[in-house]
Write a protein that binds this ligand. Structure first.
Ligand code: SAM
Length: 192
């Protein structure tokens, strides 16, 4: 049987970015309060968030996409250790290069931040009526407030892209987005 603490320790020791505790608590509460049964996750890493979401209720089914083979292999092993292979479907692919037919109650976008608008536009078609798209890390450790103060060009460019995503959400006429300061900044977007 797997243990959540050992996944957290592995992530810490190997610098694998996983969802922070506060963000995870938010996600878990959202799943409970909205009786979420089907979830699509973009960005599996070692399977930490997928496993935690699946453990909320035994009726929950998750599809999660990961493009990195090493992460995919680790996630597969971890999902097996929790006996969740019947409820978590793991796909090895670049999420921008595949097409998923099913529709979900919840889509959790947690992959390359620079591509958030693309993920949103592509996967909004996989949302059920009344479904929600959740994204995390939109404060990017506080860096999004003053991008002009960032000296690294790559980091500044990434922060600008995150801010563009926030603007895209604010101005979106198809989806209404709630912004939460919880954890590292979370958004919940629902079709109007
Ligand atoms: N959701 C995970 C958790 O909290 O346990 C953490 C995911 S980590 C922040 C982001 C992951 O997304 C990385 O493992 C990365 O390889 C993957 N990723 C980035 N861009 C991707 C893409 N276009 N398609 C699929 N996976 C992607």
């Amino acid at each position: 049987m797997g243990s959540i603490t050992s996944l957290e320790n592995y992530a810490k020791e190997n610098h694998v970015p996983i969802i922070q505790k506060e963000g995870l608590t938010f996600l878990i509460n959202y799943i409970k309060e909205n009786n979420i049964q089907s979830i699509l996750e973009i960005g599996t890493a070692i399977g930490y968030s997928a496993i935690n979401m699946a453990l909320v209720d035994q009726n929950i089914k998750i599809t999660t996409i990961e493009r990195d083979k090493k992460m995919y292999n680790l996630a597969q092993k971890n999902i097996r250790n929790f006996n969740l292979e019947n409820r978590i479907t793991l796909i090895l692919a670049d999420a921008l290069e595949i097409n998923i037919k099913d529709k979900y109650d919840l889509i959790f976008i947690d992959a390359a931040k620079a591509q958030y608008i693309k993920f949103f536009e592509k996967y909004k078609h996989n949302l059920k009526q009344n479904g929600a798209i959740i994204t995390d890390n939109l404060n990017f450790h506080g860096l999004t407030k003053h991008p002009e103060e960032i000296t690294s060009k790559n980091l500044r460019s990434l922060v600008t892209k995150i801010n563009n995503y926030k603007k895209f959400l604010k101005e979106n006429e198809e989806f209404k987005t709630e912004f939460y300061s919880t954890g590292d900044g979370i958004t919940v977007s629902k079709k109007m």
